[in-house]
Design a protein around this ligand. Sequence first.
Ligand SMILES: NC(=O)c1ccc[n+]([C@@H]2O[C@H](COP(=O)([O-])OP(=O)(O)OC[C@H]3O[C@@H](n4cnc5c(N)ncnc54)[C@H](OP(=O)(O)O)[C@@H]3O)[C@@H](O)[C@H]2O)c1
Length: 273
Amino acid sequence: MTVIPSLTLNTQDPMPLLGLGVYKATAPNEVETAISAALDAGYRLIDTASVYKNEDGVGRAVKASSVPREELFITTKVWNTAQRIGNIEGAFERSLDRLQMDYVDLYLVHWPVPGCYLDTWRALEKIYASGRAKAIGVSNFEIHHLEELYQISGIVPAVNQIEYHPLWNQSELRAYCQEKGIAVQAYAPLARGAYFNRDTIIQIGKKYGKTPAQTGLRWLIQKGISVIPKSSNPARIASNADVFDFELNDIEMRAIDALDEKFRSAGIPEDLR
Ligand SMILES: NC(=O)c1ccc[n+]([C@@H]2O[C@H](COP(=O)([O-])OP(=O)(O)OC[C@H]3O[C@@H](n4cnc5c(N)ncnc54)[C@H](OP(=O)(O)O)[C@@H]3O)[C@@H](O)[C@H]2O)c1
């Protein structure tokens, strides 16, 4: 079992550098099986969202596991519709009900919905103050969104979860976040497979006996970025976590940096286009 290191959030709580994403794991029992395999492989962070429609399965998997709740780091997110309706507290309580939990470790604003996200953030501040979210953060926020939050809030987001991988190296946003004490978490860290056929990645990985997926994840982790690769396959879940026994050198890091082509693998939700 891999021991997964953590970074320290601005709340002073630890957050694992690697966790399991569960987007699209909605077939019967799929998320339960994936989480069980992930916990066996040493994962302790699970990233879900109300819009993934599997918070209930996440809750069942956590209940069924022998890992104590306090050793887990559970993230969920408030969706755009709830932001437009304006009842964040209701959305949060429904997430907790489905998860069968009385707190989450991280609650995120899933997208900066124009005209809504500042009010959403104010609602998250209250949830944080109540102790039902140990940390609050944002996702898909750019620098100007974060600047706006500073104007209205005394709470700096603990995390900004953004698409980040070798084909989209968001170095400017990362530098900004890390300077402000906002942990960066990479979603779609595998770019859904889009860089697995790149020669640079294949050759660097080969040197260490690692797959393209492991090489891309390692590049992110060495930048101090937490990663949440999704897989529902137990062998790939274990393999994706096997990234803490090698280190890329500066030349290799720069060679992967150079693959950036601002490639977006996950897309923007229809209601925000
Ligand atoms: N905040 C946001 O707006 C946002 C947006 C998108 C995603 N996310 C979060 O980030 C997580 C990860 O992103 P993602 O799911 O979009 O993409 P991803 O993790 O980059 O890629 C997942 C895809 O890669 C496959 N895969 C996983 N490991 C593999 C391996 N070792 N070799 C070959 N293929 C492999 C998976 O298939 P199998 O399952 O068959 O292995 C799946 O099709 C999501 O699950 C979600 O939790 C957040």
